[in-house]
Design a protein around this ligand. Sequence first.
Ligand SMILES: [Fe+2]
Ligand SMILES: [Fe+2]
Length: 170
Amino acid sequence: MKLSLEEKERLESIYQSYLNNEKILKMNEVSMHRGSNTYLHSFRVAKLAIKRALRRKKYLDLESILIASILHDYYLYDWRKDKSKKKHHAKKHPFIASSNAKRDFDISDKVCEIIEEHMWPFNFKCFPNTKEARIVNNADNTVAFKEVLTSIKHKKKRMNKYMDKIQTLF
Ligand SMILES: [Fe+2]
Ligand SMILES: [Fe+2]
């Protein structure tokens, strides 16, 4: 997909509005795989999902991909600290994230669906039904896999590097 300058600027401005949003910044407090957190993780997923979508020839709804990627793990609790949330976290959190996102942001049903379908195949019954949902699902799996594999040894250095990289979408 080729984007006009105007389309590129529009996506970048959506990205920036979430990156600096007070509610989204709260995701920094929710830890994730190997020293990452849901804020860093989600913006990494967003960047990768958009990069992969742009490689495709067919039309894709980039705005939905972008917003759903940013909000896909917007569940806002730390199951590592609150053990009562640990049970069925993998299956439940896409629905909690989608309902939090609907409460806090003006998002479409399509974005909610992409969020709810992002845990396939762990959540086997929720297959990603659209091309957009499959792109987000794949990007999430790739980023999560990389985060799990990364050594915890140089955590701080790595976090700073990730932080630099997510400052802009393009
Ligand atoms: Fe997730
Ligand atoms: Fe994720």
